[in-house]
Design a protein around this ligand. Structure first.
Ligand code: PLP
Length: 458
């Protein structure tokens, strides 16, 4: 690991101890929490108090699309803080207006209005609320392989195992029905080609709609490219097929672009790759790289009309917070000025994709490489023929040890990737340079030797 700055390991130890003493950590067994204390960050790197430098291949929570401490965004927040920190949403503010205008200009079709929230879960809560009130129907269909947030409705929409304990606690929403989306590598439909997977996944969804009763379904919510649950790029034709099913039955389509929006897939929104227009589009994360919490719902004219003459029954103290909106305006403007979206598309196509495929040839533990833009997954397996996962789905403790060992080796090498179950997610900031990407991929190459020890044929 490269060291720099003026390390202060003693203070770092104090930071870690206080973190354990005073905080309740998301999704964690609290007794196991042992966070690395972070001192500072810049661009694609952050430093701990020992002076160790980490290359951020996670974009933190896949949200830091513009990298750490972008000077134009920091400056915009500072300027807005000096002028007006907080304003109730009943009073008008130009940063809020500008952020909404920029977002609607980027969003496809008739998505012309924004309801701001503090993050992604609240965005999905409100999108579902709007869809139910607009259609007068109760149910929402969501994919098993999905993550939509940790609040009440959002965790019920979520397919991944984080939903399970919430259902045990009685918090899951009964009006959510799950379905299987396309995932050729582990096809639920015994498909062998993308075309078969697409056709059969759509037939399955059509059947779920038929058996649930189309007139009871308000919306289908989906991540246009599934994120945390696998970085699953849909076969061409799938999203258009879902749109057609929605239109046939008067069901709204909600695109959850919380993770995919604002450059992650090499486009402003993932739906742009397939020319799909949802009725509601939710965003957060990349809209301002999380420098100040912000999310929202972009609303179609038709849904907006529902609330023209009757109240929209939702609201938040911090809806359209001026600091968060100033950060969004600066982020979107900088992304345009610096060509960051096109760069992310190029980096995926010319550097990350080809290099990851080369890694897959060398490492028997790599079952599949997939992704686009700066949104890639390595699926790690024990055996390429059987595709048995390197660690079982939803495993923890000893069963998850092989993945923990690979990740620990990445950290030892100064690389900070994202991970989920048996996968490593290569999700660096959109403005990662070619040299930085190659540096990280070389470290990943080294760390995969650890995974290979658990794989057949190593
Ligand atoms: N939707 C998707 C697709 C996400 O990836 C996430 C977070 O990872 C969320 C919603 C929830 O967003 P937040 O954590 O800001 O509430």
């Amino acid at each position: 690991m490269t060291t720099s700055g003026s390390p202060d390991p003693a203070f770092g130890a104090v930071v870690t101890a206080a973190d354990r003493r005073y905080l309740v950590q998301s999704w964690s067994t609290q007794g196991n929490v042992d966070a690395i204390p972070v001192d500072r960050a810049e661009g694609r790197y952050f430093w701990d108090y020992e002076g160790n430098r980490y290359l951020d291949f996670s974009s933190q929570f896949v949200n830091l699309n513009i990298g750490h401490q972008h000077p134009k965004v920091v400056e915009a927040i500072q300027a807005q803080a000096g002028r007006l920190c907080m304003l109730a949403s009943t009073l008008a503010n130009h940063q809020r207006n500008d952020a909404a205008r920029l977002i609607t200009e980027l969003a496809p079709g008739e998505l012309n209005r924004v309801f701001f929230t503090n993050g992604g879960a609240e965005a999905n809560e409100n999108a579902v609320r709007m869809a139910r009130l607009h259609t007068g129907r109760p149910k929402v269909l969501a994919a098993y392989r999905s993550y939509h947030g940790g609040t009440s409705t959002a965790i019920a929409l979520t397919g991944d195992p984080r939903r399970w304990p919430n259902q045990h606690a009685g918090h899951a929403d009964a009006n959510v029905v799950h379905y299987f989306g396309p995932y050729l590598y582990r096809s639920s439909f015994n498909a062998r080609t993308d075309a078969e997977e697409c056709e059969r996944a759509l037939a399955h969804l059509a059947e779920v709609i038929e058996f649930e009763g189309p007139s009871t379904i308000a919306a289908i919510i989906l991540e246009p490219v599934v994120g945390t649950a696998g970085i699953l790029v849909p076969p061409s034709g799938y999203l258009a097929g879902v749109r057609r099913l929605c239109d046939r039955h008067g069901i709204l389509l909600i695109a959850d672009e919380v993770m995919t929006g604002f450059g992650r897939t090499g486009a402003w929104f993932a739906v742009d790759h397939w020319g799909i227009e949802p009725d509601l589009l939710t965003f957060a994360k990349g809209v301002n790289s999380g420098y100040v919490p912000l999310g929202g719902v972009v609303v179609s004219d038709a849904v907006y009309d529902t609330f023209r003459t009757r109240p929209f029954p939702g609201g938040l103290t911090y809806s359209g917070h001026p600091l968060a909106c100033a950060a969004a305006v600066a982020t979107i403007t900088a992304m345009k000025e610096e060509g960051i979206i096109d760069h992310a598309a190029w980096l995926g196509e010319a550097v990350i994709g080809p290099e990851l495929r080369r890694l897959a040839e060398r490492h028997p533990s790599v079952g599949e490489v997939r992704g686009l833009g700066v949104f890639w997954a390595l699926e790690l397996v024990c055996d390429r023929d059987t595709r048995q996962m390197l660690v079982p789905y939803a495993s923890s403790g000893a069963a998850a040890a092989p993945m923990a060992a690979v990740i620990a080796d990445c950290h030892r090498l100064g690389l900070w990737p994202a991970t989920n179950h048996n996968r490593i997610h290569v999700v660096p900031p959109c403005n990662t340079t070619e040299a930085e990407a190659l540096e990280g991929l070389a470290k990943l190459d080294e760390a995969l030797a650890v995974a290979d020890r658990y794989a057949e044929g190593a």
